[in-house]
Design a protein around this ligand. Structure first.
Ligand SMILES: [Fe+2]
Ligand SMILES: [Fe+2]
Ligand SMILES: [Fe+2]
Length: 325
């Protein structure tokens, strides 16, 4: 392995981590005021302070390595959070959307720091290893806090919904789940070809088959509830409006980024089905609640499997750069 290029790779991973933190910071600045629940708002406020610290620590590691943070382009207002605020305000279930989005984002950060720690280890940069391991623990803790706030997120989102409108709200959550599965299919159709590793390729391939099945049962349930086919299209648009700037800007151009991205996406699905199940219970729709808990366990299995393959994804990325593992 050429020593220069592993150093270059490490600087690249640090630069990516820095962009991810800048975008996290933009989101943490607006999230508390958009949350219609005091505990959820407090969790975001606390993590904002941690995120400021992460940004500083990563910047200092970059500077110590003689590099400067890249200017992050504010392509769609993601950085200022404007697009995100506009979208979130337009949603009656803002709090649920925020929590689901943040839950997924924290897992993207977690994967990014686990990869960073590995690359730093291989490059012999022990200070960066320490920083990455420390930040990863805080990202995981925030993700766990959010997991504990799903109940409150649903309470807050349904607070403004009249009793007789809860069925309509349930259809909305189902339509969102459908849109998320449709996006997942697009991602998983491409993923096996980009995996550069047979274990990952089959993980993506097998989850793609499960995803096809999820899409079918969600569609069938929507039809069972008498939702019009146009609801499916509406949800795709509403998902598109949610500002996934950070995600899609960090376009997976390496097997490692792809794995981190899919891992984060699985957590968007987990959060969506956790919320759906709670809304279904409130609407006394046992069939939908059962469907949601069955699918969420598939999503959790897929997330765990991809997580266990992160090191392989990194090996594949490094060898694609001519760096033997
Ligand atoms: Fe962070
Ligand atoms: Fe975070
Ligand atoms: Fe999935």
């Amino acid at each position: 392995m050429s020593p220069e290029s592993i150093q270059e790779q490490l600087t690249k991973y640090l630069t990516d981590a820095h962009s991810i933190e800048e975008q996290a910071l933009a989101q943490m600045k607006v999230a508390p005021e958009l949350s219609r629940d005091p505990e959820i708002a407090a969790a975001f406020t606390a993590h904002r302070a941690e995120t400021e610290e992460h940004e500083r620590l990563v910047r200092e590691r970059l500077e110590a390595r003689g590099a400067v943070p890249a200017r992050v382009k504010d392509l769609v207002g993601a950085l200022t959070g404007k697009g995100f605020v506009a979208f979130a305000r337009s949603q009656p279930d803002t709090t649920g959307k925020l929590v689901a989005h943040a839950y997924s984002y924290e897992h993207m950060e977690l994967a990014a720091y686990e990869l960073l720690a590995q690359v730093a280890e291989r490059a012999g940069d022990h200070e960066t290893v320490t920083v990455a391991v420390g930040i990863a623990a805080q990202e995981r803790a925030m993700a766990d806090r959010l997991e504990g706030l799903f109940d409150r997120a649903v309470e807050a989102s349904l607070q403004e919904v009249r009793r007789e409108d809860i069925d309509e709200q349930l259809v909305k959550y189902l339509a969102d789940a459908h849109a998320i599965e449709t996006q997942a299919l697009k991602l998983l159709e491409r993923a096996p070809r980009l995996a550069e590793d047979s274990g990952l390729a089959s993980a993506y391939q097998e989850h793609r088959s499960e995803t096809e099945e999820h899409e079918r049962v969600v569609t069938a349930r929507l039809q069972g509830l008498g939702a019009s086919p146009s609801r499916l299209k509406d949800a795709v648009l509403s998902l598109g409006a949610l500002n996934w700037g950070a995600f899609f800007r960090a376009q997976p151009d390496t097997p490692a980024k792809l794995a981190a991205f899919v891992y984060a996406y699985e957590h968007l699905e987990i959060a969506s089905y956790e919320l759906l199940r709670r809304v279904a219970e409130r609407a006394a729709d046992g069939e939908t609640a059962l469907l949601a808990s069955r699918i969420v366990s598939d999503e959790r299995d897929a997330a765990r499997r991809i997580h266990s393959l992160l090191d392989d994804a990194l090996d594949a990325s490094l060898s694609a750069q001519g760096l033997a593992a």
